[in-house]
Design a protein around this ligand. Structure first.
Ligand SMILES: [Zn+2]
Length: 174
């Protein structure tokens, strides 16, 4: 079964020449369709332009590499579950029943400027596959936009609020 959504971390070295990226370096990020999902390649803009290939990328965007800052990671205070933590957990859970919640969370994070939409592709389900990139870490989130109707949106938003406030908890199979 095809993976409907996924998280792909950003590479810290060029996938083509193997050189580590430097802070603020222009880089090209590519999603390549592979059996059961997507592979992510990050490379120097020049390497991408100059290296011949015999395959078509699923998605390509240009970005800027931001060196991870260990100080910023440590400064993050321990608090109740954030929308981002919940999104990562739900994506890992891969439960089709949570698809609407995953999408609404991704939209919330995009509005909060934590995620940037990089691409959108029609999906065989009739929805839209949206590719978001995390502004700080550069992680890619592949999320299916199920094209919710307005009358469905309220219920999903309530579910998101309940999950974030802890009044509803995830049913994780053991
Ligand atoms: Zn390179």
């Amino acid at each position: 079964m095809a993976q409907e959504w996924n998280i792909r971390p950003r590479g810290h070295v060029c996938a083509l020449c193997g050189q580590p990226f430097t802070d603020k370096q222009a880089c090209v990020s590519v999603l390549k369709e592979i059996e059961g999902g997507y592979e992510r390649l990050d490379c120097c803009a020049d390497c991408w332009r100059q290296t011949p290939r015999d395959w078509e990328p699923f998605s390509v965007w240009e970005g800027e590499y931001n060196a991870p800052s260990p100080a910023a990671v440590k400064a993050e205070p321990v608090k109740k579950e954030t929308a981002e933590e919940l999104l990562r957990k739900l994506i890992a859970l891969d439960d089709p029943a949570m698809r609407n919640v995953v999408y609404v969370l991704a939209v919330m994070l995009e509005r909060g400027k934590q995620l940037v939409e990089r691409d959108a592709k029609p999906h065989e389900s009739g929805g839209i596959l949206r590719i978001y990139e995390h502004k700080k870490s550069g992680d890619t989130f592949i999320v299916l936009d199920p094209r919710l109707r307005l009358d469905q949106l309220g219920d999903v938003q309530n579910q998101v609020v309940a999950l974030l406030s802890g009044t509803e908890t995830l049913q994780t199979e053991s």
